[in-house]
Design a protein around this ligand. Structure first.
Ligand code: SF4
Length: 526
């Protein structure tokens, strides 16, 4: 590989180190030095955890992860030379803290707001109260200006009784009246968890039309919920940082009580998983992702730390989250009120890191080297085993990743033609030869307009399904996490059982064949 002057890594590390086993070992050694400098006792605990991870209780493991998270974050910021940009992102997270605190202690739980009954809220003159608040604030009333002002007034409640009374009236109006809810629909401050009606999960308008005899009801989403489709463009961009942090702050971080059912599932007394009223097993995240810890890192203002925590159990998080899976959310401890929207929080956490300078390279690195993983912080030494994976949908690409981390060599085939990527991005030229790839500074250079994008053949169901609701550019990110690794190769347009059979695969020298194809049932048209 060539040197890339645009990416100058600190600690005398080089871009090519990030994609080579000995280079990753150097990254790890450098981090351990950094950690010892920051805290020798913490470095000692990490060494003990690596030596005997099974000896850690769940709580000890979580505590250690959360103590390492900010140190790792600082290290990555320094290593990639992005401390300024990282601090700006951290500041964005921290700036939301007053708003989320005022939401919790005043809007949702404040005695003054709770004292106003919904029927009384309907009689509040919201315009007059708004004008009063804007005068007291000295500017326009926004969620941020309201929260900042209330935080200040609460510090001396006796002296600010009139202002707090107006703020409480405004909050009650925004929470309880249809006009107030509509006015603040896009925000987070004036919202509180609603009771869940499992038989009415989607709010709909009912339109009744006359028939020749009787009437017929038509149900449709309220008009303000409609998302108009424009070609193949995304119709749902997911939560902003504010929305994601609102979810993270709503989470009560149950791992501290070993009750993080989003991860473990919900259990009956006999130890079986609970089921929802629809008979769905509430087994929690199938990857065992440390969701509670991820939320805690987000609330603590650690954007990189949060993604490193996700990547311990869910390194290919670009293929999960919002619009993909919600087993975690279904098993959230909040079963009678809105659950924490974990997929939205997870996806925004990842997007924020990807959008940092060199964000793709940082995320990519964390999928190969992650010191928060006490069992396998580096890929294991090469085993010499060669595995053929049939099918490059989510099962195939995830298995490929896990096998690579276990030290095996992987070749994957898919029946679909896989479109080549530019060699300077993938590190593979179109005849399959490896060439040096270049670091990606801005993740947007990988993204294509979804309206122009041609199906690339990688990703199975994730490629040919979920159109306009999920950003398929994430598939390119996942693909690069594999394709840039020297121990991985893939071939499109190869049909298992035709172009290649089990016998011919073993004749070629494969030790194992993993079938990851055919999860979708064939559609038969009569
Ligand atoms: S997401 Fe739900 S179950 Fe998980 S830690 Fe938060 S509150 Fe608890």
């Amino acid at each position: 590989m060539t040197e890339h002057p645009a990416l100058v890594l600190a600690f005398d590390l080089h871009f090519q180190d990030l994609y080579a086993t000995d280079g990753l070992t150097r990254v790890d050694a450098t981090f351990l030095d950094w950690l010892r400098e920051a805290s020798a006792p913490l470095a000692g605990r990490l060494a003990e955890a690596r030596a005997n991870p099974a000896a850690l209780s769940l709580k000890e493991r979580s505590d250690l992860i959360l103590e390492l998270s900010p140190v790792l974050e600082d290290f990555l910021g320094e290593m990639f030379g992005i401390t300024g940009e990282l601090n700006a992102l951290r500041a964005e997270y921290s700036a939301l803290a007053p708003l989320l605190a005022v939401k919790r202690k005043f809007v949702q739980r404040g005695k003054q707001v709770l004292a106003i009954k919904p029927e009384e809220a309907a009689a509040i003159d919201s315009e007059a109260v708004r004008a009063q608040l804007e005068q007291a604030i000295g500017g326009a009333l926004t969620e941020e200006s309201y929260a900042g002002a209330v935080e200040g007034w609460l510090a001396n409640a006796a002296a600010n009784a009139d202002q707090l009374s107006a703020a409480a009236q405004y909050a009650a109006w925004a929470l309880h009246t249809p006009e107030g809810r509509r006015a603040h629909k896009k925000g987070v401050l004036f919202k509180k968890p609603e009771k869940v009606d499992m038989y009415r999960l989607v709010e709909v308008d009912t339109l009744t039309s006359p028939l020749a005899s009787g009437t017929i009801d038509k149900f449709r989403l309220p008009e303000e919920e409609w998302r108009h489709r424009q070609g193949f463009h995304l119709t749902d961009h997911g939560y902003s940082t504010k929305g994601a942090l609102d979810e993270a702050a709503y989470c009560i971080h149950c791992h501290n009580q070993a009750k993080d059912s989003c991860r473990t599932g919900l259990f009956e007394k006999d130890g079986a998983f609970k089921k929802s009223v629809f008979g769905v097993t509430l087994a929690g995240c199938p990857l065992d992702e440390k969701i509670s810890e991820m939320h805690e890192a987000m609330v603590a203002g650690q954007p990189l730390g949060a993604v490193a925590i996700i990547a311990i159990d869910n390194p290919l998080a670009a293929g999960t989250g919002h619009r993909i899976c919600n087993d975690c959310m279904k098993a959230c401890i909040f079963q009678k009120q809105d659950p924490v929207n974990i997929p939205q929080a997870e996806t925004r956490a990842l997007k924020n890191v990807l959008e940092l300078p060199w964000g793709f390279e940082i995320y990519s690195l964390l999928t190969r080297w992650n010191p928060l993983n006490f069992e396998r912080w580096l890929p294991r030494p090469a085993t010499g085993y060669k595995v053929l994976i049939v099918g490059l949908g989510p099962a195939g690409y995830t298995l490929a990743y896990q096998l690579l981390q276990e030290g095996h060599t992987v070749a994957a085939i898919d029946g679909l033609k896989i479109e080549p990527l530019p060699a300077h991005i993938s590190g593979v030229e179109h005849h399959g030869l490896r060439v040096p790839c270049e670091p990606v500074r801005d993740v947007r250079q990988l993204y294509e307009d979804l309206d122009d994008r041609v199906m690339a053949g990688f990703g199975g169901v994730a490629e040919y399904g979920i159109t306009v609701r999920w950003d398929k550019n994430f598939l390119k990110i996942i693909r690069l996490l594999l394709e840039r690794r020297a121990e991985f190769s893939m071939f499109g347009g190869v049909r298992f059982g035709g172009t290649l059979t089990a016998d011919s695969a073993f004749d070629l020298g494969f030790d194992h064949i993993a079938l990851c194809a055919g999860a979708g049932r064939p559609t038969v048209i009569d």
